[in-house]
Write a new protein. Structure first.
Length: 291
């Protein structure tokens, strides 16, 4: 494969097939969600704040459990995903949960065209873990996010730290050599095979997938270039799944590097969170006053 459309089609096919595996998994816990549990982290709730009555767009929402968790907190939510089965499953879960939500099928970069009437209307654009690595162009992603925000609206991102994606996951415990690109590259990394982060024994008809890493500086620069103002950038030494084989679950759903003898202070950023605000439009000095 060599074209962006080929990469997109392969990733969509793999994710479309993955939805059934994920929706049935203990990792996602659909039944727990339907029983009233949230899939949002305390970190999300603290850093995003009160969403009651706010309009929220969740890009790359998969089958919508996080989207619907925000709806439970009073947000008016729209979820967007490129996999048809993800959108269908999200709508089905929303109906079972009795939650009002809109789910739209669209590839990320096509979303401004698909949702043209919603540009500049959202209080919050939300992007969570496992999203950015599927995108070839981080600057284009930031422009999409900014375009959907109203003046004063906020972008919130929580994702895998790009240094985590660069580490050699076949290295022995105690070593953290870099193996994969840290910065954005034109050509993606190619992966093929069965297994999944929710079920290592899962088998798939569509085995090919393609990923791009984006350095933290590239991500922040893209957000700033899109016209947003950075509120904060935080790095966490923990994540919510075993992103590297040596991570240990130090508390339920929280994974960290184990203590290594002789290296007591070794810590690696495994996740990051970022919030940025779209500044209010100011009239030019020569413009007449509003009436």
């Amino acid at each position: 494969m060599s074209s962006p459309d080929d990469y997109l089609d392969a990733n969509r096919a793999r994710w479309d097939e993955s939805v059934a595996v994920h929706a049935a998994s203990e990792f996602y816990g659909v039944e727990r969600f339907l029983a009233g549990n949230t899939t949002l982290l305390p970190l999300d709730l603290d850093e995003v704040g009160n969403v009651a009555g706010k309009s929220l767009l969740h890009l790359q929402c998969h089958f919508g459990l996080d989207t619907l968790s925000w709806a439970r907190l009073g947000a008016e939510v729209v979820g967007v995903d490129f996999a048809p089965s993800a959108v269908d499953t999200a709508r089905e879960i929303a109906g079972r949960a009795g939650l009002n939500a809109e789910f739209v099928e669209s590839e990320l970069y096509a979303a401004p065209e698909v949702l043209a009437d919603r540009l500049g209307t959202f209080d919050l654009v939300y992007v969570n873990i496992g999203a950015l690595c599927w995108l070839p162009d981080i600057a284009g992603w930031a422009n999409v996010c900014a375009g959907f925000l109203k003046d004063g609206g906020q972008l919130y991102v929580r994702d895998v730290h790009p240094i985590t994606f660069s580490v050699d996951d076949d290295a022995p415990l105690g070593e953290l050599p870099l193996r994969y690109p840290y910065f954005e590259t034109e050509q993606p990394l190619h992966w093929s095979g069965d297994g999944d982060y929710t079920d290592p024994s899962a088998t798939f008809e569509h085995q090919e997938s393609y990923e791009w890493n984006h350095g933290l500086g590239e991500i922040v620069t893209a957000v700033l270039a899109a016209g947003l103002q950075l509120d904060f950038l935080h790095e966490q030494d923990w994540t919510v799944y075993p992103a590297l084989p040596w991570l240990i679950e130090t508390e339920q759903g929280i994974w960290r590097l184990p203590d290594i003898e002789g290296k007591p202070d070794r810590r690696l950023p495994l996740m990051f969170s970022l919030r940025a605000t779209k500044p209010a439009t100011r009239p030019s000095p020569s413009a007449p006053p509003s009436r």
